[in-house]
Design a protein. Structure first.
Length: 189
């Protein structure tokens, strides 16, 4: 006799946690500049996601920005959130001036600002690595049939809550529903 399975609870949760792990591995193994891996990854579920959504709503109220609340609703409807971050305050010793300073020595001598949304200034190479890792992550998530969207707001809320110790953080909520909840949603001005 075949036992019915509640797709929305059992199968979907297992599948999305497995997908989150695989997506994290894809980000981890993405190419890194100078072969240095500064990528930080954390997978959030359940209570951590509730805290994250509450922080997004708080930020929405504080800043008067409606799309933070919209993103809080998206987090609540997600089954997992992956955080990707980097610490960009250490120079890669290339003296490229991409950070806006004359050379890496000048970059490392300036006072870092930690009170803004993200800490900075940052060496451009860890930030480039973060972008490449995010690209690898979303590509695999799409191949696995998992809805996702890179969200600055989620990274900001996670950083403010101390859920990941990084200078710059982006969030990647994951969902599996009949309609993509991250792109088929109300526009907020």
């Amino acid at each position: 006799m075949c036992m019915p399975v509640d797709f929305d609870i059992e199968v979907k949760k297992r599948a999305l946690l497995d997908a989150a792990a695989r997506v994290s591995v894809a980000a981890r193994t993405a190419p890194k500049s100078r072969g240095r891996d500064d990528l930080l990854i954390s997978i959030l579920t359940d209570e951590e996601m509730v805290r994250l959504a509450e922080e997004l709503e708080s930020l929405s109220s504080q800043r008067g920005i409606g799309w933070f609340k919209r993103d809080a609703d998206s987090v609540r409807r997600s089954q997992a959130v992956i955080l990707f971050g980097v610490k960009g305050s250490k120079a890669r010793e290339l003296n490229c001036s991409g950070c806006g300073y004359k050379d890496c020595a000048e970059f490392e001598s300036v006072e870092k600002i930690a009170k803004a949304d993200f800490s900075g200034p940052n060496c451009i190479f860890p930030l480039i690595d973060l972008g490449i890792a995010l690209g690898s992550a979303v590509k695999l998530a799409c191949e696995l049939g998992v809805d996702n969207r890179i969200m600055y707001t989620v990274g900001l809320a996670a950083k403010k809550l101390g859920l990941i110790d990084a200078d710059v953080v982006m969030g990647l909520p994951l969902s599996a529903t009949g309609k993509n909840i991250y792109f088929d949603r109300p526009k907020v001005v």
